[in-house]
Design a protein around this ligand. Structure first.
Ligand code: AMP
Ligand code: ZN
Length: 476
């Protein structure tokens, strides 16, 4: 089944056709690195990861770029207020770059814990000032932008499609606009591309004097550098639709004369107690805080991907506990299959089991092809597990096919990364040694061997049938 996605731009579910057959260019708005990212941010990043993994599952080659915003994102998302990084730097009496470095590391660390596949590049805004200046120059030359003193603004009235993504019209926006404090702008909705502010801690030379870039221009400049002026998919949280993505379209399409992005995908908010989780409200949890409460990293990942991206998800601890139980069910099934695969029972694969596996993969793919219907995809996965658990008389070849099916599903879900998929030979040999020691009642030797297995990063559990199961030990 072909992939269908809801495109915010057209407000329709559309069939996904990449610009280049077999390849996908995808850009995701990344974190503003002025504090630890919260699980709401990660819901958006995980949806991008889920989509990317699913595109790869379907055999497409994805080039994925996620920016790091380390300058220019102002407190109110528009043109007024303090730069979020500057504010944090001043509060902590540190250099903005130090702040950025610290929280970028925090973000990367948490992304790794959540098993988010690294994008091909994490470009930083402060390392692409030249590209931004070049794009602003083009916009000025083409008449889309104007210079007032040392500031440059984008004239929204020059771009006929302004408002297309968000559904806003300039009339409506102007009617609801606050009293404009900035007299330099020709129109209230014009936005800054380059700002002059002598108090700003980060300053660069430009044709318009010293200053710093606006937030929106960074994503236009960096996406075109790494993916070209026209590419397939752009993701972000729903609050990015306006003004950020609306402005990105205006800048990029005016500069290149091409259609910027073909499919816009926006993740709805993660809520806590019914309210958007956000840094400004302070109603947030970081990954580390949840780990400190004893929750497992793969349960956090599971809970954040397990509801549809176009619905709000109300975060609860009960939801996290349910995620742990769900993962446990999959893991137990993997352990059972690992045992069965290693057994001596040989034979051909029974047709009904072959069918069970192939139907599962087809249905799983169909569910996610339907605008990432994750609930359906998970239901398919658990139906499969229920059937597998019933067939405990499987031979080794059958168990291998079932295991392969779960591993293919997990290449998209990404929740089983820490579990045994292939037990190395040296661990198996040590297990044999331990078994012999136990049979001979050499308990001390058996305990020492178990300790050796543990030291190599594995745990071993005895099963009621006299066999054993292996698990890779959690890294955290
Ligand atoms: P920021 O670090 O503020 O630039 O946000 C990074 C990403 O997280 C953006 O794509 C936001 O739209 C997204 N985001 C922020 N809060 C939430 C939330 N509560 N739920 C889902 N996504 C969010
Ligand atoms: Zn962005």
């Amino acid at each position: 089944m072909s992939l269908k996605l809801y495109n915010t731009l057209t407000r329709k579910i559309e069939e996904f056709t990449p610009l280049q057959q077999g390849k996908v260019g995808m850009y995701s708005c990344g974190p503003t690195v002025y504090s630890h990212p919260h699980i709401g941010n990660f819901r958006s990043f995980l949806v991008a990861d889920l989509l990317k993994r699913f595109l790869e599952f379907k055999g497409l080659k994805v080039t994925h770029i996620m920016n790091i915003t380390d300058v220019g994102h102002l407190v109110d998302d528009a043109d007024e207020g303090a730069d979020k990084l500057e504010e944090a730097a001043k509060k902590q009496k540190k250099d903005p770059l130090e702040i950025a470095k610290f929280y970028t590391e925090s973000f990367l660390e948490a992304s790794k814990l959540l098993n988010i596949k690294s994008p091909d590049k994490y470009p930083k805004a402060t390392e692409h000032i030249k590209e931004m200046i070049d794009m602003i120059k083009i916009l000025v030359d083409k008449g889309y932008a104007y210079v007032v003193g040392n500031n440059v603004y984008y004239d929204v009235t020059k771009f006929a499609n302004y408002g297309q993504l968000s559904g806003n019209t300039l009339d409506d926006l102007n009617a609801g606009a606050r009293i404009e404090v900035n007299q330099e702008k020709k129109n209230p909705q014009d936005f800054a591309l380059w700002k002059h502010d002598t108090k700003h801690l980060q300053q660069w030379d430009s044709p318009w004097g010293k200053g710093f870039p606006g937030w929106h221009i960074e994503c236009s400049a960096m996406s075109s550098k790494y993916l070209g002026a026209e590419f397939d998919i752009h993701t972000g949280g729903e609050d990015n639709i306006f003004p950020h993505h609306e402005c990105e379209i205006a800048q990029s399409e005016a500069a290149s004369g091409k259609k910027f992005v073909h499919y816009w995908l926006h993740t709805h908010f993660l809520l806590f107690d019914g309210e958007k989780m956000s840094k400004s409200k302070g109603n947030l949890y970081t990954i580390q805080e949840l780990l400190d409460k004893g929750f497992k990293k793969n349960a956090i990942r599971y809970s954040l991907i397990s509801s549809h991206y176009r619905q709000n998800y109300n975060f609860t601890f009960d939801g996290l506990k349910a995620a742990e139980q769900a993962i446990d069910k999959i893991q137990q099934c993997v352990l059972l299959l690992t045992d069965l695969r290693g057994n001596k029972k040989e034979g051909k694969i029974r047709e009904q089991l072959q069918k069970l596996a192939s139907n599962c993969l087809t249905e799983f793919e169909n569910a996610l092809s339907d605008d990432l219907n994750i609930s359906k995809a998970l239901a398919v996965c658990f139906d499969f597990i229920r059937e597998v658990n019933k067939a405990s008389d499987m031979n080794s070849a059958e168990a291998a096919v079932m295991l392969d099916t779960i591993n293919k599903i997990d290449s998209v879900l990404g929740v089983l990364e820490t579990i045994d998929k292939e037990v190395p030979d040296n661990i198996k040999e040590l297990a044999e040694k331990r078994k012999t020691a136990k049979l001979g009642k050499y308990w001390k030797i058996a305990d020492d061997v178990r300790a050796e297995i543990m030291a190599l990063g594995w745990t071993i559990e005895d099963t009621p049938d006299g066999g054993c199961r292996f698990k890779r030990r959690e890294e955290t």
